[in-house]
Ligand binder design. Sequence first.
Ligand code: ADP
Ligand code: MG
Length: 246
Amino acid sequence: MAEPLVVIKDVQKHYGDFHALKDIDLTVDKGEVVVVIGPSGSGKSTLCRTINRLETITSGTITIDGKELPKEGKALANLRAEVGMVFQSFNLFSHLTILENVTLGPIRVRGMKKADAEKEARALLDRVGVGQQASKLPAQLSGGQQQRVAIARALAMHPKVMLFDEPTSALDPEMINEVLDVMVGLAREGMTMIVVTHEMGFARKAANRVVFMADGQIVEQATPEEFFTNPRSDRAKDFLSKLITQ
Ligand SMILES: Nc1ncnc2c1ncn2[C@@H]1O[C@H](COP(=O)(O)OP(=O)(O)O)[C@@H](O)[C@H]1O
Ligand SMILES: [Mg+2]
């Protein structure tokens, strides 16, 4: 039985006069991997940012595991901790070591003891293949390594769902797969994931569903196989033809 984890209902988002998200309805079940794809400016990042309330919504509702997103305060901090987010730019703290970057949230937000947080952080860093780098600063790591640290940092909070916003688009080509491999591993272990990416290989390997957005709307949804071989809308056909010839 499918258990809904993230439920987005009739969400509208305006930036001033600009209607950035229009009538968004999307349900992501526990363990499901949803890839969000679409042209630049279609609202993909805005959608991710509303799900962990980095952005407010104009109307509609977003619930995570049955709870509506709180407006502010400690309840919001707690709920945000349930939503792991990985951005295009890794956003690691440059003055903290890799280990400190991963333990900061668990110690500050979850109130973990330092020794326990470090033990878990080391295990997570091993899991994403950067265990040897724990005492270095972010600038001493490659982009692919830094992005894997960013994934470990998000996992350290024990999120119920992970959001990835174009996690490989700032990376040199030879580093893309090392990050995608970690993400495929997470998907196989049953993590619920919403992933904005144009990496069709990842979508085919790991996604249960592709959601195509254009102009702030969800235009179509399908399995990766259906979507890539037989897109229904003209917008999707046009988008895919450009993506393939890149
Ligand atoms: N803070 C903001 N203020 C005003 N407009 C914004 C803001 N953030 C995004 N937008 C606009 O909303 C639209 C969707 O942006 P975004 O969600 O970043 O798209 P995508 O991630 O699909 O490229 C774009 O037209 C963008 O210019
Ligand atoms: Mg974006």
